[in-house]
Ligand binder design. Structure first.
Ligand code: SAH
Length: 241
């Protein structure tokens, strides 16, 4: 389901940042973390400011690309400038409008799971922990099934993710404190921009082993292309058949 414009805190922050309006803090609340503030400017990062994993993902993009959960459009714009054909989708109306104004040529206000997003695509791009939009580990197979429908023959999924295990490590490195009621990479969030609160949502931080097992069950080959400096990695998934 796409967001209503009245309940789109991150999109409002993106719009205000783009317009140069005074910014209010974009607050992030989660029972699993300390209250935090989301640095809106990071959503406008240029290629040199992106992580090594993101730059590698951009290099690996080929053919028609779908930028899933495109935010302010930083990856779509980078790909477009490099001459690639990219479609950006996001559920945030203010983000979508801002991407249009920034010059992303093909932008859709759409829910990756539920709405028409065009295709088939040669590359499905999920950056900044983009697979997180599955929300829970139980929903990851549904996300992968949706990807299978949208991918052209020979197509690929590129996704960066983080393993949150470090949050649960003891001093000796053992993982004794993992929650037993749910997968440890499932995080609940609410965002608030000024007086505007968004709807609560879950975000999934899937570790590489768990992702590769889910990928295999869904008929994909999964490989870790690179690892980053802090429990993060870039994965590439391709249909096994
Ligand atoms: N990929 C961007 C933005 C990351 S923030 C970047 O790296 O800068 C995650 C984005 O995913 C948000 O803009 C949010 O609105 C979007 N999103 C969340 N669920 C979605 C869904 N089901 N379909 C499409 N976009 C979604």
């Amino acid at each position: 389901m796409v967001l209503s414009p009245q309940h789109d805190p991150m999109g409002m922050a993106i719009r205000d940042y783009y317009e140069g309006c005074p910014l209010q803090p974009l607050r992030v609340f989660s029972p699993q973390f300390e209250d935090d503030e989301f640095p809106v400017e990071t959503l406008f990062r240029a290629v040199p400011d992106m992580s090594g994993l993101e730059r590698e993902a951009l290099r690996l993009c080929r053919g028609r690309v779908l930028d899933v959960g495109a935010g302010a459009g930083c990856h779509s714009l980078a790909l477009q400038s490099a001459g690639q054909t990219v479609t950006a989708v996001d559920i945030s109306p203010h983000s979508v409008e801002t991407m249009r104004r920034r010059g992303v040529r093909d932008v859709r206000l759409a829910d990756f799971f539920a709405d028409e997003v065009g295709g088939p695509y040669d590359t499905l791009l999920f950056l900044m922990n983009g697979l997180g939009l599955a929300g829970t580990l139980a929903a990851l197979p549904r996300l992968l099934e949706r990807c299978a429908v949208l991918l052209a023959p020979g197509g690929q999924i590129l996704a960066d993710s983080s393993d949150l295990c470090y949050l649960f490590e003891d001093e000796d490195g053992s993982l004794d404190d993992l929650p037993d009621s749910r997968y440890y990479g499932e995080v609940d969030y609410v965002m608030r921009y000024g007086s505007v609160a968004g709807r609560p949502f879950g975000w999934l931080y899937v570790d590489a082993g768990t992702l590769c097992r889910a990928a295999r069950s869904a008929g994909f080959r999964c490989r870790v292309v690179s690892t980053g400096p802090h429990y993060d990695y870039l994965a590439c998934l391709e249909r096994a058949d």
